[in-house]
Ligand binder design. Structure first.
Ligand SMILES: *Cc1c(COP(=O)(O)O)cnc(C)c1O
Length: 343
């Protein structure tokens, strides 16, 4: 079933955009259970016009990558963490959980069925997997859907922010992406719909994206568009915000472990006040898509704060990055359970 013909892709210049691949996994939930799930060549989803996913935002998603290693094998990075987070997102939106085993097996099948789309080792690219659950079926009232669809598709990707490890500038948004007791901690489309306008305004002003402050007091950094925030203090601590309305990044928690266990840094989750940026020598945005994007400076109202690392990547950020992608591409030993071999 797997097509093995080579694909005509300029691997070194891949950005973050949709490329149609051969097969995707689709499973349906009805009457209390998921069906077997199958791979299909059809990249269109056929659902009822009354689907809750279309009207009431009943949907969630995940993002993870498959990496081609130097020895030809294929790595998934912490897919159990994505499955667990999707359980939490589904619970918040009253959707049925996809069992962890089914989630990982779907990812494995999609990677193997689209192996020819995995960027070769050394190009820096990876195969991005997009699992999602949506409420479907005939419905009109505000209630949870009668049926659900779980799918995983994939697309080869390169860098998310164009600069790669070159620092980008960000701007503090006047909008909120989530409410104090809302859905900020769930990976749901509604948070993203709310972020489109602020994101566009940031880009029109030549910033890579915006930074959101805590929705309650607007004094603390929450996160960076679709990535989490971290910084390195002058005395060498790794610091990252803690808040119930942040989407907890798996990349961020991996970096925190790497900073503590491999770089020997003190690590701290807590309040990061926007008016105390001068305690930091380096800052970065992290996530599966962004990997690590160093932050050169932050525009906050009329003031622009430039980090001392300036327009080069800081030394700690560089070491965190090398260690993280080393683990992901199989070049450095991984902590227990972080790598799942697909092949
Ligand atoms: C997915 C996501 C992240 C990054 O999470 P990772 O698990 O590291 O990919 C950060 N912020 C938001 C809002 C996200 O949706």
């Amino acid at each position: 079933m797997t097509n093995t013909a080579t694909v005509d892709i300029d691997w070194k210049n891949l950005g973050f955009s949709y490329i149609r691949t051969d097969l995707r996994y689709v499973a349906h939930w009805k009457d209390g259970a998921w069906d077997q799930g199958t791979l299909t060549a059809d990249n269109k989803v056929h659902i009822s016009e009354g689907s809750t996913a279309l009207h009431y935002g009943q949907q969630c998603f995940e993002g993870l990558k498959a990496y081609r290693c130097q020895d030809g094998s294929i790595n998934l990075f912490r897919p159990d963490q994505n499955a667990a987070r999707m359980h939490r997102s589904c619970a918040r939106l009253l959707m049925p959980a996809v069992p962890t085993e089914m989630f990982i097996e779907a990812c494995r099948q999609v990677v193997l069925a689209n192996e020819r789309f995995i960027p070769p080792y050394g190009t820096g690219g990876a195969l991005y997997l997009r699992p999602y659950v949506i409420g479907v079926g005939d419905n009109i009232g505000v209630r949870s859907a009668p049926e659900f669809l779980f799918s995983v598709f994939c697309t080869p990707v390169g860098a998310y922010f164009k600069g790669g490890l070159a620092p980008s500038n960000f701007i503090v948004s006047q909008y909120d992406r989530a409410a104090p007791n809302g859905t900020g901690a769930a990976k749901v489309g509604g948070n993203y719909a709310a972020s489109l306008l602020p994101g566009q305004e940031a880009k029109q002003r030549s910033f890579a994206d915006c930074i959101y402050l805590d929705p309650e007091t607007h004094t603390k950094i929450e996160e960076v568009g679709a990535a989490n925030f971290f910084a390195i203090t002058r005395d060498g601590r790794f610091v990252t915000p803690k808040s119930p309305s942040i989407l907890e990044s798996i990349t961020k928690y991996s970096l925190l472990d790497i900073a503590r266990d491999r770089l020997g840094l003190q690590v701290e989750e807590g309040d990061v006040y926007i008016d105390q940026l001068d305690q930091f020598t380096e800052a970065g945005a992290c996530g599966t898509a962004a990997v690590i994007t160093p932050i050169g400076g932050i525009q906050n109202g009329e003031t622009f704060h430039q980090f001392p690392s300036g327009d080069t990547v800081g030394p700690v950020t560089r070491r965190l990055y090398d260690e993280l992608i080393g683990i992901q591409f199989g070049d450095r030993p991984a902590p227990d359970g972080w790598i799942v071999k697909v092949k």
